[in-house]
Write a protein that binds this ligand. Sequence first.
Ligand SMILES: C[S@@+](CC[C@H](N)C(=O)[O-])C[C@H]1O[C@@H](n2cnc3c(N)ncnc32)[C@H](O)[C@@H]1O
Length: 371
Amino acid sequence: MTMFQYCAPCLFGSEGILGDELRRMGAQNVRPQNGRVLFDGDAAVGARANLRSRYAERIQLLIGQFRALTFDELFEGVKALPWERIIGKEDRFPVKGWALQSALHSVPDCQSIIKKAVVERLRRTHRVSWFEETGTLYQIQFTILKNEVTLLIDMSGAGLHKRGYRRLSGGAPIKETLAAAMVDITRARLSPLVCDPCCGSGTLLIEAAMAAKRIAPGINRSFAAMSWPLFPYEIWSAEREAATADERKEQPFTAVGGDIDAAVLRLAKDNAAQAGVAAHTDFRLQDLRDFRPQGERGLVLCNPPYGERLLNIKDAQQIIRQLGRVFPTGCGWQYAVISPEEQFEELFGRPAKKRRKLYNGMLKCQLYLFD
Ligand SMILES: C[S@@+](CC[C@H](N)C(=O)[O-])C[C@H]1O[C@@H](n2cnc3c(N)ncnc32)[C@H](O)[C@@H]1O
C-alpha cells in the first residue's frame, strides 16, 4: 500500500479539532501546526479527508520540506524532490504560494525558481526537453515561513468550504469551515433545538444539521485529484459509498433561524434544500428583539453583524446589547456568539463562561459561550 504525506490548511484556532477529525478518519502521525495539520495515510485517507473534512480548507499532498535562505538553496531543494512520481510528461504543473518572515520574500521570484527546478527534475527523469502541459492539472503550492519551505500539490481544486449547497449567500456570510468549527465546539449536533436569530443565509444551522445527520460536506462536489492516476476512481467511489452509508437519515434534529432580511431568508431556505436538510430547518422573518428561547433546552449559535460589511460599529454594538437582553440565564439554554468586538462581554451584560479564539479569515474573533 502506497503511503502519502498530506497537509490540510485550516483557519487559525481550528487546528486541534481538525487534527481530531483526521485521526477519526484513520490518518496517522497527525501533527497540528499553526494554521495547518500534517498527517500520513494511504490514498483512501486522502480521498476521505477531501470528502468528509468539515474544518480543512483543502487537502494537499506534501512533497517535501527543507530550509532555504538563498535562491540556490531553493532551486536545489526543489530539484531534489521526487516530482516524477506524481507529475507525468504531459501534465500541467503551475506554481503558486506565499512567503512570510523569510529571507526569500519575493513570491514571483520564488514561483519562477520553483517552476524551473521542477522542470529541470522532470526533464531528467522523464527524458523530455519540452513540456506541453496539456494534461491533468497538478497545482503546485509552496509556503515559506521563517525560511522553512514546504512544497505541496493541491488535491481539492475549489476550497473545501465550497460544499456545493451555498450557491448564493447574504452580505456577510460566515465561512462554512468556521461555522462547522463552532458547531463542533458547542456540540450543536446533540442539542434538541438549535436557533440562530441573525441567521443570514443559514450557514450555521445548515452546518449543524449536516453534522447531526452525518452528511459528508463534500458528497455533492468533485475534487482535482479525482483525475489523478495515483488516486483511482474506485477509491473515490468506495469512499463516497461509505460516506453515504454513514449518514443518519432518521436522526431527529431541529434548527430555527430568524432574520430581518426577507431576501436573505429565501437564500437560507434554498441553501438548506440544496444541502438536503430542508426538513430539519425553519427560517422566519423575525427581529432579534422578538426572539424568545422555546422549550426547556436548546442552543443558540449566532454570528451577529460586525459593523464592517454590515451596519456600522454603533449599530453592531447595539445588537450585542440586544443579544444580552433576549438570551435569559438559568433556563437550560446555551448561547454561543462569535464576534471580533473587544468589549463584547461588557456590551452583552455578563461574563462568558468560556471564550475560544477563532479566526474569521484574518479577523481575530472570540467565540463567547454563555449559559
Ligand atoms: C453577519 S450576518 C449573518 C451571516 C450568516 N451567518 C450567514 O452565514 O449568512 C448578520 C445577519 O444579521 C441580520 N440582522 C441584522 N439586524 C438584525 C435584527 N435586528 N434582527 C435579526 N437579524 C438581524 C442581518 O440581516 C444579517 O443577515
